[in-house]
Structure formats: C-alpha cells, structure tokens
Design a protein around this ligand. Structure first.
Ligand code: NAP
Length: 281
C-alpha cells in the first residue's frame, strides 16, 4: 500500500503557481487577484477563508476578503458582488458556503460571471465539464484528479465508483472520471447494496460526510481509494474511509488529514491563475 500525499503534491503545484505568478506579473503588470466573501461567524468557514487568503499570499496573488455579519441585507452583498464582477482588477470571486439561513445562495452565486467563477459552480462551467469541454472545474474533484495522476495509474478502462452525488463534489468527480475514460458508477444514500458496486471497483472515491463509512470488506485488493470526507469526531479529523481496515487492501490510498484536503485550496489558486490568464490574454 502506498499513501498518496496531498501535502506533497499540493506543495509542488503551489511552487509552480508561484513561478507562474512572477511570469504573469512580468507580462501583465499585476498579479492575479481573488476576492472572497464570507457572511456570518461559522468558525469552520472562517478557517477555510483564512487558509484561502494565506494560500493567495503564498503564491503571490492579491486577495480581498470581505466579511459581513449575519443579518446584513442580501442586496448589500449582491451590490458588492456586482461591483467585483465589473472590476477589471479582480480575476476570481468566491462566496464561502454555506451561507447562513435566510440568504439565497443560488441568487448570490448567479451574480458571479462565469469568467470569474473560480469555484467552478456555475451552470455554464458545470455544463462545459459534462460536455468534456472543461473551463473552470470544481476544486475538490479537480484536486482528486491530480492525486490520481500522481500515482501513475492509468485510468482509461478502469471501473470507478463515486459515493456521493453533490453538485460540488460527487457529480463533477464522476464527470472528470468519465472524461478520463473510466466506467463510472455513482452511488448515493438510496443505492441498494452499495458494497456490491465498490467491491468491483478499481478506483473508489468517497465523498459523503459519514465517518469511517467505507470498510475493509467493501473494497477489492489493489483498489485505489480516495477519501474526500472531513468529519470531526471527538475533536479529531476523520475521513469517510475506515483507514485501518481499508488501507492494507489498497494499492494507493489518501490519508485524512493530508490527502484531498490540501489540494482543494491549491486548485482554487490554480483556477484563479487560469481565470486571470483567460481574461487578460
Ligand atoms: P453533501 O452535499 O452533504 O452530499 C453528501 C452526499 O453523500 C449526498 O449525495 C448523499 O446522498 C450521499 N450520502 C450521504 N450518506 C450516505 C450513505 N450513507 N451512503 C451513501 N451515500 C450517502 O456533501 P459534500 O459537500 O459533497 O461533501 C461530502 C464530504 O466531503 C463531507 O465530509 C465534506 O466535509 C467533504 N468535503 C471535503 C472537501 C475537501 O477539501 N477535502 C471539500 C468538500 C467537501 P443523497 O444525494 O442521496 O442525499
């Protein structure tokens, strides 16, 4: 069994992004800029936003962080997003999700132009991915593809199972694997006898938010297992995979923490650089 180190893959990509940022600055006279909007005081969301801002600094981007108190009128936030949309100096706009109750997530996200949708959540960017014409792809599944590439395992022709069908993780993950010529099965909470699918899979990606859901008897020998889950159990981070049981059977597996997690923000940074290049060149 070999561990796939998201930390190591992520560090290499960030190094490359930092070098490309220097080149971008030379060419366009400024660095890429990412604007992040956060509403409310959810501690996990604030941690994610702080890490995004730190990530920007690490690769040399400019970042703008706008914090709103829960209860701020939605139209005030909408007006700010519209101003960022029109600002030529801003390349990426991100609204940290989930928003507190009472805000219309779809409406606020719809104000972000496709060209600045660095989360890859817009209907257009989602549709382009499903047509195998990817523009900006959702960060977490994109990060998983980099982790899979780092193993050197050829994906074409492999049986892949994705557990979870959210619009932000499971579905784009399935599309990316399909675009990579895997035969893809998507399982979810209504799937009957889920283990009958995972037991046949060469690649299993679990993204459901259920601690230690995937057990040893649910995977075949030599499988590649990617654990997207982040669950806090007794103050500890635990994935969706029962690592102790599953790892001995795998050819490759991601740990939690240190697997998929570090890749997500790195992909956000990569998407921001691409968005900046696409807009300016
Ligand atoms: P989500 O929107 O809550 O979706 C969960 C999906 O899992 C749903 O499709 C649900 O099925 C399915 N599901 C739930 N329980 C299940 C079960 N017992 N058996 C089979 N399927 C089940 O969650 P998400 O946003 O996709 O995130 C999933 C996990 O990934 C969470 O732990 C989240 O924290 C983590 N995550 C990690 C990163 C990272 O950077 N590492 C990024 C994003 C998310 P239904 O559709 O039938 O309800």
């Amino acid at each position: 069994m070999q561990l796939i180190s998201g930390k190591a893959v992520s560090a290499d990509i960030r190094q490359d992004l930092a070098e490309k940022t220097v080149e971008f600055n030379r060419q366009f006279g400024r660095v890429p800029a990412l604007a992040v909007i956060i509403v409310g005081d959810d501690p996990a969301s604030h941690t994610y936003v702080n890490n995004k801002i730190k990530g920007c600094a690490q690769v040399g981007f400019r970042s703008i962080c706008q914090k709103y108190e829960n209860g701020t009128p939605q139209e005030e936030i909408a007006a700010y997003i519209r101003s960022l949309a029109e600002d030529d100096g801003v390349d990426g706009i991100l609204v940290q999700l989930p928003l507190p109750k009472g805000y219309d997530e779809k409406y606020l996200l719809s104000l972000i132009p496709d060209s600045k949708d660095v989360d890859g959540f817009s209907p257009t960017n989602t549709g382009l991915l499903s047509m195998n014409m990817p523009n900006t792809v959702s960060c977490t599944p994109l990060g998983v593809m980099h982790l899979l590439a780092s193993t050197g395992v050829e994906l074409a022709g492999k049986d892949a199972v994705v557990i979870g069908r959210s619009n932000t993780v499971g579905k784009p993950m399935a599309m990316l694997l399909l675009n990579a010529n895997c035969t893809v099965t998507v399982c979810h909470s209504k799937t009957k006898d889920l283990a009958s699918y995972t037991r046949k899979a060469d690649v299993v990606v679990v993204a459901i938010g259920r601690p230690k859901f995937l057990k040893g008897d649910m995977v075949k020998d030599g499988a590649v297992v990617i654990d997207v889950g982040i669950n806090r159990v007794d103050g500890k981070l635990v994935g969706d995979v029962d690592f102790e049981e599953v790892a001995p059977k795998c050819s490759f597996i991601t740990p939690v923490p240190g697997g998929v997690g570090p890749m997500t923000i790195t992909m956000l940074l990569a998407n921001t650089l691409s968005a900046a290049k696409n807009r300016l060149s």
